[in-house]
Design a protein around this ligand. Sequence first.
Ligand code: GDP
Ligand code: MN
Length: 389
Amino acid sequence: MNLMEYQGKELFKRCGIPVPRSQHCKTPDDVAAFIAKNPGKWVVKAQVLMGGRGKAGKIKFAATAEEGRTVAREIMATPMPPNRQNPSGEAVNSLLVEETVEIEKEAYCAITVDRASKRPSIIVTRFGGMDVEEVHEKHPESFTYHFVDTAIGYWPFIGRGLAFDAELDAGYRKQFPAIAAGIYDLFFRYGAKLVEINPLVLTKDGRVVAADAKIELDDDGLFRYPEFKEWQAVLPLDEDERLAAEAGLGIRNFRRFGGTVGTLANGAGLAMGTMDAVKNAGGEIANFLDVGGGADAQRVRNCYELVVNHTAAKVFFINIFGGITRGDEVAKGIVTAMKETTSRKIPLVIRLTGTNEEEGRRILAEAGMTPVQTMDEGAKRAVELAAGA
Ligand code: GDP
Ligand code: MN
């Protein structure tokens, strides 16, 4: 789950990372009312998951309540324009009103998992405030990494070393170790996959504050904090995620690709393998679909209808490897789903193996369906049917 800036900054506060004073607002009137009560120089920031708000004109300054209302209206009037992060853009549904900081320097600091060393990696560069991808193209040598040995953990000397090695402005040195401690703490406490501060601002009066917050949490750890459920409810879903949720699937279990071979498998790995097999057989994939464990009739029907009604699939390739999932249950699910569905019919290609395979095949055979033996055979058959259909 990716967090909005205001949600991320709430976690920053809990972990002792300094952030400017701010208020989350839902309407231009709320912005005006807040500034009227709290006179000062404020910056009004669109709350969206996409980056690049600065460039898109979705961050504006306001010194009075009326200015606040005007810029809030302007920001909310149009969605964030598409960019390489999100080709469909994103509506602006709320705003963060934040105390303006006087910027002396902007740096970049993040923590994420480095797969090669299998360790959390703290990443620092003195070039902040730009797209980090752009910094990586222009100043690759500026990136400084510390791969944390979790048996030792994070210590202030590590942060001091990073600040020196990354050649951060001297003004950062004293405060940086505590900020790196904050992101390290946040990373583990909240089960994050990425914590990014861009820019980490050195202010004209010598303070170091996180002006932006980007956090990606591990979905498997969300249960640890009940408030994450509420936070998730306000996050935007893209079209595929919305369809997945409506079908009772996890939001990451379904993705469309525009081809004519619909796929379903149990487990994300098998689902990807299934797509590879289809490609290998010369076909184009309509979708990725991980049905998860327990493919009962209702679930299979939902998935079938999802693919038939919302993709260009001309054939539906079902690839089940029974481990915990039992073949006979899946077979019953498929048979019942096909009986009950009122949607358009497309041919099924079924590969069913593993636990209770024999029983599963018998159930399918009784219903006039013949499963194929192997994944490649199934892929080949599905591609032929899609081409002929
Ligand atoms: P992003 O473009 O979506 O990553 O949004 P950021 O929150 O990172 O803001 C982009 C840029 O806007 C920053 O790098 C700053 O240069 C500028 N900015 C944001 N907040 C302030 C502020 O309070 N004062 C000033 N002077 N600039 C700001
Ligand atoms: Mn930013």
